[in-house]
Design a protein around this ligand. Structure first.
Ligand SMILES: [Zn+2]
Length: 85
């Protein structure tokens, strides 16, 4: 596990975040004090790819197609689209 902001490995567990379904492990970076969940780390992508997801989606790209073209999971595409909607 590494920090999603500064990529430091100095990350500690910081309890759980409650979700509608179950819960997800929360982490805290000891370098930059960023809190994040395992889910965010799991879906982390290059900035370029995230921009591409939005670009393709705005051009009426299907989520499944975007996932296939970029070689990422459908859940990851949906995660990034949801974050900015
Ligand atoms: Zn950090």
């Amino acid at each position: 596990m590494e920090c999603i902001r500064c990529k430091s490995k100095r990350v500690v567990k910081a309890g759980f975040k409650k979700l509608t379904r179950g819960k997800v492990q929360k982490y805290k970076c000891q370098e930059c004090n960023k809190y994040f969940t395992g889910k965010e780390a799991y879906h982390r992508l290059d900035k370029d790819k995230i921009e591409l997801i939005h670009k393709m989606y705005e051009e009426k790209g299907e989520q499944r197609k975007i996932a296939r073209v970029l070689g990422v999971g459908l859940a990851t595409v949906q995660y990034h689209l949801k974050k900015t909607q």
